[in-house]
Design a protein around this ligand. Structure first.
Ligand SMILES: NC(=O)c1ccc[n+]([C@@H]2O[C@H](COP(=O)([O-])OP(=O)(O)OC[C@H]3O[C@@H](n4cnc5c(N)ncnc54)[C@H](OP(=O)(O)O)[C@@H]3O)[C@@H](O)[C@H]2O)c1
Length: 259
């Protein structure tokens, strides 16, 4: 894709991977639109990147998606790329009955339903553009359920499945479908966790986004760094080993919580 002449909407562009997209796509010269739920984070992004257009919008709220569509397509009819990046990842013990039925699957509304509804709302617009694209952000966890974050794991495997089907259905259109598959990346995603991920195992957002932009420029379906290739292979060769390796962390977290 030609990114320099693109108008790009990034959901959750005020932190982590989304904010890094803002930094690098600004350098390329694209027109950038950013969403998020917190007004102060949007204001901070606008302060640091005065040319970026910010809109308060929650992807888990269908009315927000409709309003965003109306505003953005009116102000930016040339919009041709959406990056469905907004996401949340909670540590969940499935035996914890303090989480009520509304709360237990909250990630689904943001990570999965939000992505699907954003695509559904913006697709007719993207189909009208000469060259356009959709980036859905899944995760390495799509290849190996991570027991400490069971609902998150379910959403990311589902985002991958949905994105593959979407790509097939749009194969004869002008809309290219990309899946960004990050491994562990140093961001604010797990700030609330009692145990932080091992920093030595985490990639920088800068590197992850560089690889993704390179993939977008070359029209690669999957935007993924080398460790994801290894993980994909390992998930076929030794799936149980991978599952149990991840599950060790859940056990360690439970020990910490019970101290
Ligand atoms: N970091 C990793 O290790 C990793 C690995 C694989 C995949 N990913 C994926 O990468 C994406 C970005 O995550 P990140 O690591 O950059 O996390 P982050 O630093 O926590 O950033 C998340 C962004 O999403 C926004 N957001 C959250 N819920 C939202 C909602 N309902 N509507 C609109 N915006 C929302 C947040 O802003 P507000 O809170 O103000 O709304 C923030 O801008 C996520 O899809 C995540 O699952 C991350």
């Amino acid at each position: 894709m030609n990114l320099k002449n693109s108008t790009i909407l990034i959901t959750g562009g005020t932190s982590g991977i989304g904010l890094e997209f803002v930094t690098q796509l600004t350098e390329i010269g694209a027109t950038i639109i950013v969403t998020g739920r917190k007004q102060d984070a949007l204001d901070e992004t606008k302060k640091n990147f005065p040319n970026v257009h910010t809109f308060k919008s929650d992807v888990s709220n269908p009315q927000d998606i409709k309003d965003l569509y109306d505003t953005v397509t009116t102000l930016f009819p040339e919009l041709n790329l959406i990056i469905n990046n907004a996401g949340m990842m909670r540590l969940i013990d499935l035996q914890d009955q303090s989480l009520d039925l509304e709360n237990i699957n909250r990630e689904i509304a943001t990570n999965l339903t939000g992505t699907i509804q954003m695509v559904h709302q913006f697709l007719p617009h993207l189909l009208k553009q000469k060259s356009s694209g959709i980036v859905n952000v899944s995760s390495g966890i799509a290849f190996m359920s991570y027991s400490a974050a069971p609902i998150y794991s379910a959403t990311k495997a589902a985002v991958r499945a949905y994105t593959q089907a979407l790509r097939l259905q749009l194969e004869n259109t002008n809309v290219k479908v990309f899946e960004m598959i990050p491994p562990g990346v140093k961001t604010n995603l797990q700030n609330e966790w009692v145990k932080q991920p091992n920093p030595a195992m985490m990639m920088t957002a800068d590197k992850m986004v560089k690889i993704s932009i390179d993939g977008l420029l070359k029209d690669k379906n999957e935007l993924k760094p080398f460790p994801i290739r290894i993980l994909k292979l390992a998930s076929r060769l030794m799936p149980n080993h991978l599952l149990n390796y991840g599950h060790k962390e859940f056990k360690e977290i439970k020990k910490l919580q019970n101290k």
